[in-house]
Design a binder for this molecule. Sequence first.
Ligand code: FES
Length: 154
Amino acid sequence: MPGQSTDSSLISLLAEYGKERENLIPLLQEVQERFQFLSPEAVRAVADHLDLSENDVYGVATFYAQFRFVPPGLHHIKVCEGTACHVRGSDHILEAVERSIGIKPGQTSEDGSYSLERVACFGSCALAPVVVVDDKVHGRMTGNKTQKLIEEEE
Ligand code: FES
């Protein structure tokens, strides 16, 4: 279970990595992939493993938009902000999503229904602008279409 410093899968994951500082990002990525977010306990365990302070780890992790510090919502919405999507209006999509759910990227709604993430590129640029909801890719999106999609999930 995420959030427990004694979690055995976290301990075995850490054991796969050497204690070199360059392992920090790959380790954080794998922790997040496995537990879906970086809990305070996971950050502490990573810091201990690499002999860094928790502040060092947070300093690096908060620099990258890919890392989450709260559990994802029931529905996880990713808005692509890569170049192809950006030039086709992904900013408007992001604003529409923020307005309709009331959260910013990296946050989860209070009722736990939605979380929002900004992503660099999904590799589906031909479909730009792209929104991914619960791992399903939606191409050629607009703010309105995305809002409707969210309403359908409710
Ligand atoms: S830039 Fe959005 S999918 Fe590539």
